[in-house]
Design a binder for this molecule. Structure first.
Ligand code: SF4
Length: 88
C-alpha cells in the first residue's frame, strides 16, 4: 500500500477531505433540516471556521465526539463538544 493512501487530512472538513460521497450525503441531510432548527448561514460559517482551526478535526471528523462538524453545526441547538475551550 502506498504511503499516500495512509495520509489523513488534518483540519480538513468533509468538503476538503476527498470524502465526496459522504459530503454529498451530509448535504442532503442538512437540506432536510426544518428552518426553525437550522443554524443561520453566518453563524454556521463561523462555527465551521472555528472547526477548521481545531486540533480535534481530522479527515472531516471531529475526534472529540466522532461527528461530522458540517452536520453538527447545522443544528442551531447543537454546541461544540469541547466544553473546555468552547469554540462555539
Ligand atoms: S471540538 Fe468543536 S471546534 Fe473542534 S472539530 Fe469538534 S466541533 Fe469543531
Amino acid at each position: 500500500m502506498a504511503e499516500d493512501a495512509l495520509r489523513v487530512c488534518r483540519r480538513c472538513l468533509l468538503l476538503e477531505s476527498g470524502e465526496t460521497d459522504v459530503y454529498e450525503e451530509i448535504q442532503r441531510h442538512i437540506e432536510k433540516i426544518p428552518p426553525k432548527d437550522k443554524t443561520p448561514a453566518p453563524l454556521y460559517q463561523s462555527r465551521i471556521d472555528a472547526c477548521r482551526q481545531c486540533g480535534h478535526l481530522v479527515g472531516g471528523t471531529c475526534l472529540k465526539c466522532g461527528c461530522y462538524p458540517e452536520f453538527r453545526a447545522a443544528f442551531i441547538k447543537n454546541k461544540c463538544p469541547d466544553t473546555k475551550k468552547k469554540p462555539w
